[in-house]
Structure formats: C-alpha cells, structure tokens
Design a protein around this ligand. Structure first.
Ligand SMILES: Nc1nc2c(ncn2[C@@H]2O[C@H](COP(=O)(O)OP(=O)(O)OP(=O)(O)O)[C@@H](O)[C@H]2O)c(=O)[nH]1
Ligand SMILES: [Mg+2]
Length: 229
C-alpha cells in the first residue's frame, strides 16, 4: 500500500516537472508570437470531430483576407498536412510517433520552417484526443475545443478540463444533429457549470452552416491583434 502511494507521488512529481518545463517553453513561444504579430489557436478534439475539415473551410473563407499558417499534429502520417497544402497555405506536419499531444518544444522546433513575418494567424491542429492536449500550453491565444454533434451532448461534463481551459468551442457537424439524440439543453447546461464564459460556435464544416460567424470572429481577432496589412 505504502509502495503504491509513493509510486503515485513519484508519478505526480514527474508530471509536474514535465508540465513545468513545458510552461517555460510556452512563455518563450508567446514572446515569439507577440514579436511577429501572430494570433495563435490550438485546436483540440477527439479523432474525427472535423478539425482538419474545419481548417480547410476556414482557409477557403479567409483566402486573400488573412495570412494563416498551419501546424498539423498527428501520431503518424502527413495526411492532414497534405490536405492543407492543397489550399496553398504554409503548413508543417508534426508526427509525434506515439505521444498523444503536442508540446511547446515540438512547436518551437518547427516554427523556423515558417516565414513568420508573412503570417498573422497560426492554426495548430493538435493530435486527436480530448484529454492529454488540455494540459500542454503551446503559448496559444486560445484553445479551441472541437467536438461534433455525433459524439453526444454529455462531453463538457465528462471532459471538464479541456472545456474549462478552452476559450472557444466549435460544435461541428450540426448538419447531422437531427439524426442523433444530441440535447442542446444538456450541452449548454454542462457548459454553464464547467465554463460559463466559453464562446460556442455551432457549425457544419462540410455544408458551411454557421461558418460565417466563426470566420467573422477570427477576422476580428486578427484585426484587433495584428499590425500587419
Ligand atoms: N456531416 C459532416 N461530416 C463532417 C463535418 N466535418 C467533418 N466531417 C467528416 O468527418 C470526417 C473526419 O473529419 P476530419 O476533418 O478528418 O477530422 P479530424 O478531427 O481532423 O480527425 P483527426 O485528424 O484524425 O483527429 C471526414 O469524413 C469529414 O468529411 C461536418 O460538419 N458534417
Ligand atoms: Mg485531422
């Protein structure tokens, strides 16, 4: 029993150390973003919620108006980066080779692949996971939690950490909501408990419903925060 407890304490210490080091690196990233007039979003959600599809739709809408770059995080493959590349914006793929989240060190390593002076928005798609990425600060302005109507309305209550740390939530796949038992009442009640300040965009990344509002918010963010024209 005592052995189990001390093992548990050891694990907590290791984790605190890892997160502490990550926080220091995230502060460095924040300075780099600020010095380059970059707004940064960290998109977090389970596999298949539509994060890459949302990025594709967003890039199409922002084309010619905003200067986004994209970092794609996956355990393996460059598939998501290949999708983004087709839209003609700078993109870098990080393959974590097993890690269930991106960390600040990984981001620092790939930033040199961008000409940051030519960007005013950096969109980071984290590894598909609703849990691990929540704890790792990437120096972002906002964590954006992406969930889809298909996965159920009970998620904010069951995964409170990410809903609590996020500034923005995208509820995607609303085109399918009528085929599910998704309850907006339950969803918004949970959010009220976990993070009443959370800004929610309901949209469909595939048919475009609600995308305008999301894009308008993003544009506002850039216009207020960036010095580039
Ligand atoms: N009906 C519908 N399907 C969607 C929507 N958004 C994405 N999809 C579909 O959902 C599937 C997964 O989409 P992705 O964008 O690859 O999901 P992801 O979150 O990036 O997945 P990972 O990178 O593996 O974590 C694809 O078949 C998309 O076409 C939507 O708004 N409505
Ligand atoms: Mg993806």
């Amino acid at each position: 029993m005592i052995k189990e407890e001390s093992l548990e304490m050891e694990k907590v210490k290791v984790m605190e150390d890892v997160l502490g080091k990550n926080n220091i690196m995230a502060e460095e990233l924040r300075k780099i973003y600020r010095n380059n007039g970059l707004q940064v979003l960290n998109l977090i959600g389970s596999p298949g919620e539509g994060k890459t599809t949302l990025l594709e739709t967003t890039l199409r809408h922002l084309s010619g108006r905003i200067l986004p770059g994209v970092i794609e995080g996956d355990i393996l493959t460059g598939r998501d980066a290949a999708r983004i590349k087709k839209l003609g914006r700078p993109v870098v793929q990080i393959e974590t080779r097993g890690a269930c989240h991106l960390d600040a060190k990984m981001i620092a390593k790939v930033l040199k692949d961008f000409d940051l002076q030519k960007l005013n928005l950096l969109l980071i798609e984290n590894v598909g996971n609703l849990v691990c990425p929540a704890s790792f600060d990437l120096g972002e302005d906002f964590k954006v939690v992406v969930i889809s109507a298909v996965e159920g309305s009970d998620k904010p209550g069951k995964y409170p950490e990410i809903f609590n740390r996020a500034g923005v939530c995208v509820l995607n796949k609303v085109d399918l909501i009528g085929y599910t038992n998704f309850s907006r009442e339950e969803f918004y009640e949970d959010i009220e408990h976990v993070n009443p300040q959370l800004k929610v965009f309901e949209l469909s990344a595939t048919n475009g419903t609600g995308v305008e509002k999301w894009v308008d918010w993003l544009e506002g963010l850039i216009l207020n925060g960036s010095k580039k024209d």
